[in-house]
Design a protein around this ligand. Structure first.
Ligand SMILES: [Zn+2]
Length: 251
């Protein structure tokens, strides 16, 4: 080992964040939903993915046997905004271009950063998955994520989802459009929801998410589901063990 390499490694040890950045640069781990690099292997693909295999508060889960709770439900302040619609190789994602849309959880205000989709749904309701699920990822400047999940099933076409799919790049990294999307149209009328503490459903599977999943699905057009599945035939993580967690139901 040369002197310069030794001092490089010493520097990394003194700066854990630098070390993780260095690793990401040298070996950006490729992960998938099926076959090599699939969910069973996520925890072994990189040190920073270990919690995917070892964590005890992982997502998604089957939503059943919930405890009725009198907590304040979620308050969403969402208006029509422009979003940058991208294909990131794992999903179609709409990135927020402002901090205009927020979620209030018991007085803590989170800003919407992006929303994206899974097919089929990642969470299950009484053991059943729906055609798709939308995830609205909100973050607090102080840290922590609040993700709002919405089940989607085939039915009447939904303007907002149709607008996303009309802008969706078919290949990863292709030029992104910035349509205005009225995301409140992606919410069900009935706002009964399940709340639990879980994780990101993709690597690194960090256990930093307050999940809020609406019980009622929304309807979207079959043609738009087909358009999504033509790009991503299957991008849902298998169900994870609930372990010693409380699943709350808020009406
Ligand atoms: Zn997701």
């Amino acid at each position: 080992m040369s002197v310069s390499r030794r001092s490089f490694l010493t520097g990394l040890a003194a700066c854990p964040l630098c070390a993780s950045i260095a690793r990401a640069e040298s070996a950006h781990p490729h992960w998938t939903y099926e076959g090599h690099g699939g969910p069973k292997e996520w925890g072994e693909l990189a040190k920073e993915f270990q919690v995917c295999a070892l964590g005890t508060q992982q997502s998604p889960i089957n939503l059943e046997a919930a405890i009725p709770a009198a907590q304040t439900a979620l308050t969403l302040s969402w208006t029509a905004q422009p979003f940058k619609v991208v294909n990131n190789g794992h999903t179609i994602q709409a990135d927020a271009l402002s901090a205009a849309n927020t979620a209030d959880l018991s007085g803590k205000v989170y800003e919407l950063k992006q929303f994206h989709f899974h097919a089929p749904s990642e969470h299950a309701l009484g053991g059943e998955r729906t055609a798709m699920e939308a995830h609205f990822v909100h973050a607090r400047p102080e840290g922590g994520l609040a993700v709002v999940g919405v089940f989607m099933k085939a039915g009447k076409a939904n303007d907002a989802f149709a607008a996303v799919m009309a802008a969706a790049p078919k290949s990863e990294g292709a030029a992104a459009a910035q349509p205005v999307i009225d995301i409140a149209r992606l919410l069900p009328e009935r706002r009964s929801l399940y709340r639990y503490e879980g994780s990101l459903t993709t690597p690194p599977c960090a256990e930093v998410v307050d999940w809020n999943v609406f019980a009622a699905p929304i309807e979207v057009g079959q043609a738009d589901i087909d358009a999504f599945r033509a790009i991503f035939p299957m991008n849902a993580r298998p169900l994870q063990a609930v372990n010693r967690r409380f699943l709350l139901q808020l009406n």
